[in-house]
Ligand binder design. Sequence first.
Ligand code: ATP
Ligand code: MG
Length: 343
Amino acid sequence: MSDADPLAGFTPRVFSGIQPSGGLTLGNYLGAMKRFVEMQEQGVETVYCVVDLHAITVWQDPAKLTRATRELCAGFIAAGIDPGRSILFNQSQVAEHAQLAWVFNCVARMGWMKRMTQWKDKAGKNQEEASLGLFAYPALMAADILVYHATHVPVGEDQKQHLELTRDIAAKFNHDYGVNFFPLTEPVIEGAATRVMSLRDGSKKMSKSDPSDMSRINMTDDADTIAQKIRKARTDPEPLPSDHAGLEERPEARNLVNIYAGLADMKVEEVLAEYGGRQFSAFKPALAELAVEKLSPISAEMARLMEAPDEIDAILARGAERARALAAPILRRTYEIVGMVGA
Ligand code: ATP
Ligand code: MG
């Protein structure tokens, strides 16, 4: 690594998280989880987190939160995360995340936070009624990442702005305290489906918290439900184009092609070489079949793991212990840099 490399001197380490704010969606799988598994397979140190503290920035029914946390852990494992090789845990059990987040609340500026599109989207017109936690969300996310000195964060496109803010926080901390302590973390936004859109509205991203279940494919949907949701997905009357440019003004068509490419590990051009000129009445059943083929083994394994919640809890507890071993010295050093007595 050259001196110009902002990550020089930092051990490569991957961190990412998913909120237990509902069930896993196809968007989470293609935009995030699939990348998480690939990075684990590359042999880098990987730390993956069920971010329950983020989930409660909007109301969560306690019993549902408990279940969603376990189900998400099962989803990680079913998708291919090996809790022996990756560190897998839930955020609330490693207090260092919240502790570093407080320091970052004091580094981040109000103006930075007000510009965050996730804040604007989620708080909507009702900002006065939104929680303070929802506003501070990106500072906690920066802490999630930087408490491990993570160098790379695989995320979907929607989290790009939060990753930029994470770098701004790291840079301001380093500058204010005259240190080179926090790395300027790189986002990793890769694949054909970094932004899976709602099946009902091609201008909105697919989300697990969307009130409409028809807008998304859940990892736990059965074959009939997946087929029905894809059949009813909004499209236009034209046949599929034969090249990339033909998708430009057609967000719904583009979304379905991207999903196909993401699931099949193909390039968009390759999908269009096969389906260009065909009607959606031919493409949709093929897409549904592919989605069922890829998702049903994962959902079957999730269901099997959910039969043994104690095992899931033990995996999370062991993961939290390993995560804490990494995070505690970094938090302690942060407190020392800030000048706190006793650190
Ligand atoms: P919520 O609606 O509660 O925010 P979500 O579906 O957006 O839930 P998150 O837990 O916020 O899920 O995000 C987890 C990961 O999944 C992040 O890396 C995020 O970028 C990615 N992700 C979320 N939605 C999509 C999507 N539609 N396409 C691609 N990646 C996505
Ligand atoms: Mg989200």
